[in-house]
Write a protein of this length. Structure first.
Length: 184
């Protein structure tokens, strides 16, 4: 439902069911792109992606809850890279459109179920049931405007990144982390 404020700015109401309760402090609103200080989110677009060989295709609809970079050991080992770009979506926004039979899952912990293609071995997404969110790797989404807003698990970083974004030692307090910030 779209409304207009007194100055004509669009106000977009959040979906009825949010994955985790989040209250965004006005001083931290910039950490959550797409959210205003009341926790509203804009849901408008659709993006398609596929695995490395194309056997698995998927689609996401709307706007991710948050985007950023993860420096945890699990992400680094899974992706084989010093840092992992993430975009977290509500499960209802993510849909496998082709090749569901080729999707394999692996879980080293109850916090992450990593999904890949059984044909090419390419990473597809990671389900985070604890947060009720799915990380769809932004590099796989065609025409997606990736706009990271933070670094998480920066305390475990392999390489320093000086980009001016907030850097959490582990996770933001709003989702169960310490909320401790680290310098660039």
């Amino acid at each position: 439902m779209n409304d207009r404020s007194a100055d004509g700015t669009a106000i977009v109401r959040k979906p009825d069911r949010l994955p985790i309760p989040v209250t965004v402090d006005p001083n931290c609103a910039s950490l959550f792109p797409g959210w205003d200080v009341l926790g509203d989110i804009v849901m408008t677009s659709s993006y398609k992606g596929k695995c490395f060989c194309g056997a698995v295709e998927f689609e996401v609809t709307g706007t991710p809850q948050v985007m950023g970079f993860c420096h945890c050991n699990d992400c680094r080992e899974w992706m084989g890279a010093p840092v992992n770009a993430f975009s977290l979506w509500v499960p209802e926004a993510v849909r496998i459109t082709t090749g569901e039979d080729y999707v394999t899952s692996y879980s080293r912990s109850e916090h992450s179920i990593r999904k890949s293609c059984s044909v090419c071995g390419g990473s597809i997404m990671t389900d985070h049931p604890t947060f009720q969110l799915i990380d769809v790797y932004p590099a796989l989404l065609r025409d997606f405007a990736y706009q990271p807003s933070m670094h998480v698990h920066y305390g475990s970083r392999m390489i320093p990144i000086r980009d001016g974004l907030p850097k959490f030692r582990d996770l933001p307090a709003e989702i169960g982390g310490s909320g401790e910030m680290l310098p660039e």
